[in-house]
Design a binder for this molecule. Structure first.
Ligand code: NAD
Length: 425
């Protein structure tokens, strides 16, 4: 990094308008004009709205949104909006869904719409007794929680139960209270955090303990979305492909090095729909990986087996804390429009759709890996990006990409020389 006298301590930065902030950032970074103009260009999110959504807003970044086709979920045909910067992701979901469409597509379910808020209590002389004291106050706890959110209660949600756990930690024993709250069509973080904060002083009063953290758990294991599907053995290329995919699954389930990549593939689909619908990608990702490690070993989020008839059966089960109200889902007009594309009128419906997309994505990646290898399909799409990177425009992009794939050499130097040759003709 070059030595600089630039100062990042910009007093009153948050009080500036987005345009003023951009000027300050451009001056700080010494941006050339083309970069400054790029950041100033309007997208499909109004700058005023964006400025209200986050702090120190200077610009927006556009990510391509595509739609995965061929999905049949619980007997209904649907399109899944997916926001992703990675090529091959949407094509893989569409192809995988096509291969099980005739056999009925995906069957989904949901364990419930409950979130967990945690309250940490310290300095307890008798943690086991404290645990019971808390459980004995169930009715008062229910009232305090429900009073925080009458709207949620009117909609059929609200407090469901309380649990108390004694935790042995390196810092001594502590008691952790879990509030189980049905948050209906909200992801629910704000809703349950408010309840935890409101209840904490009362827990202190009842137990003599010192409350510290009061926050939801992203391990939303009372909000599990599930999807399953059967791919007819003839639709996927025969028993050899099926058995190779089963072997790929066993590898992922036994080895965390492989499972991390296997689950990353699932999240390619999951996070793309979560992002397109304005939901919190980090919340869903944290929940997914924590759930994958629930046995004490990091494992596959999906399971695959051969049916009695010899077909390939896949299933996925993972926490899916997504909502249709709250956060950016309601604020971001593009997210709202994409939720309409998905046709979801409940958060449960959206969560189930996302689980189906995750399973389809997993099928696509496992099939590619267990047969041709991932690069064949990936490179065809990746080659277009490399061609653009090398300066190809319009029709040149497809021509350069095709030549790169043919030469099995997809890199920007090769693309530049192919482009130069094309232009010299
Ligand atoms: P929110 O508080 O904006 O909206 C939820 C509220 O909307 C409910 O409490 C209820 O009063 C009302 N509501 C209206 N119609 C409803 C319906 N049909 N179903 C349910 N409630 C309805 O949002 P939220 O969902 O509580 O919080 C989500 C936001 O919290 C996200 O932006 C997330 O990024 C953020 N967040 C996440 C974490 C985390 O994951 N660790 C922590 C803090 C905040």
């Amino acid at each position: 990094m070059t030595k600089t006298t630039r100062v990042s301590r910009i007093s009153g930065f948050h009080k500036l308008t987005p345009a003023e902030r951009l000027e300050a950032v451009a001056a700080f970074a010494g941006l050339e004009d083309s970069h400054r103009q790029q950041l100033a260009a309007p997208g499909n999110l109004d700058a005023d709205l964006a400025d209200h959504m986050i702090e120190n807003m200077v610009t927006t970044i556009a990510i391509p949104v595509g739609v995965a086709a061929n999905l049949k979920i619980d007997g209904v045909d649907v399109l899944a909006p997916m926001a992703t910067e990675e090529s091959s992701v949407i094509a893989a979901v569409s192809n995988s869904a096509r291969q099980c469409y005739e056999a009925g597509g995906f069957t989904t379910s949901m364990s419930g719409m409950e979130m967990i808020a945690q309250i940490q209590l310290l300095d307890l002389p008798d943690p086991e007794r404290t645990r019971l004291t808390i459980l004995e106050r169930r009715e008062e706890i229910a009232e305090i929680c429900n009073d925080c959110d009458p709207m949620l209660v009117r909609l059929g949600g609200g407090f469901r139960s309380v649990e108390a756990r004694v935790l042995d930690t390196d810092g001594g024993r502590m008691v952790v209270t879990h509030l189980i709250v049905d948050t209906r069509d909200a992801m629910g973080a704000n809703a349950v955090n408010t309840m935890a904060e409101r209840l904490a002083p009362r827990l202190a009063e009842w137990t003599g303990g010192r409350p510290l953290l009061r926050i939801l758990s992203n391990l939303a294991d009372r909000r599990l979305a599930r999807a399953r599907a059967v791919w007819p053995v003839d639709a996927i290329g025969g028993a050899g492909v099926r058995d190779a995919m089963i072997a790929a699954f066993h590898f992922a389930d036994a080895d965390p090095y492989r499972a991390a990549t296997h689950n990353k593939g699932i999240m390619n689909g999951v996070s793309a729909v979560v992002l397109a619908t304005g939901n919190d990608t980090r919340a869903v990702e944290a929940g997914a990986h924590a759930y994958a490690a629930r046995d004490g070993r990091y494992r596959s989020l999906s399971r695959w087996e051969v049916t009695a008839e010899g077909h390939l059966s896949g299933m996925i089960e993972m926490p899916m804390a997504v909502g249709l109200v709250g956060g950016a889902t309601k604020l971001h007009p593009t997210a709202r429009a994409l939720i309409a594309v998905a046709g979801c009128d409940t958060a449960e419906g959206l969560a189930r759709l996302i689980a189906a997309v995750g399973l389809a994505q997993n099928f696509g990646a496992m099939k590619a890996l267990a047969t041709d290898g991932i690069q064949k399909g990936h490179m065809a799409l990746h080659a277009s990006n490399v061609a653009i990177d090398a300066g190809a425009v319009g029709d040149e992009i497809a021509m350069v990409a095709a030549r790169l794939v043919e030469a099995r050499s997809v890199n920007v130097n090769e693309a530049r020389s192919v482009l130069a040759e094309l232009r010299s003709r």
